[in-house]
Design a protein around this ligand. Structure first.
Ligand SMILES: [Zn+2]
Length: 176
């Protein structure tokens, strides 16, 4: 699932290539260039390998298109000449570096970092033996970030199941 960084660049979580399940870092920025529209298109980050395999020259593209016979869902080849392909600029480089550091930050943060990780990667996981889905983890993160320092410490001291229960009740509009 792609995420849009502040600069507008779209990449997978942890600054990874936007191709599904690719674990490489995004290192090339690809932006669709519409000939018929002035609407700015969102730049998308890919690894070098996927830029090479997905964005092909006109001749290769036509050849692919003929062999598709007009309808092959999931085909992933695009016409290179329709895209601007470039190195990330300074802002994008800094953002990508920050995204790549997420695992270390979550680790350093302890329990709330575990919840942030589940939210960011959209991947349910066990936290201290309790199965936590992304929706529940999202409630925990929202509550944690909204609490005062004192209440945050109290909440963090609770067992996982209670943390989740309290977070869901409070973020669903309940009262303290
Ligand atoms: Zn890739």
């Amino acid at each position: 699932m792609r995420k849009t960084l502040k600069s507008g660049l779209q990449v997978n979580p942890l600054g990874r290539c936007s191709d599904s399940f690719c674990l490489e870092h995004a290192s090339v920025v690809v932006t669709f260039q519409s000939r018929h529209s002035t609407v700015a298109q969102e730049p998308v980050g890919y690894c070098g390998g996927h830029v090479e395999s997905r964005f092909v020259d006109d001749e290769t593209y036509e050849r692919h298109r003929e062999s598709w016979a007009g309808s092959v869902p999931g085909s992933r080849v695009s016409r290179r000449s329709d895209y601007e392909i470039r190195e990330p600029n300074e802002d994008e480089k800094a953002e990508l570096a920050w995204e790549r550091g997420a695992e270390d930050r979550w680790q350093a943060e302890g329990r709330i970092g575990e919840y942030r990780r589940i939210v960011e990667l959209h991947a349910a996981d066990t936290v201290d033996g309790v199965f936590v889905d992304a929706w529940t983890a999202g409630a925990c993160v929202a509550l944690h970030d909204a609490l005062s320092e004192k209440n945050r410490a109290r909440w963090l001291a609770m067992p996982t199941a209670m943390q989740c229960d309290v977070a869901i009740r409070l973020t669903m509009g309940g009262t303290t």
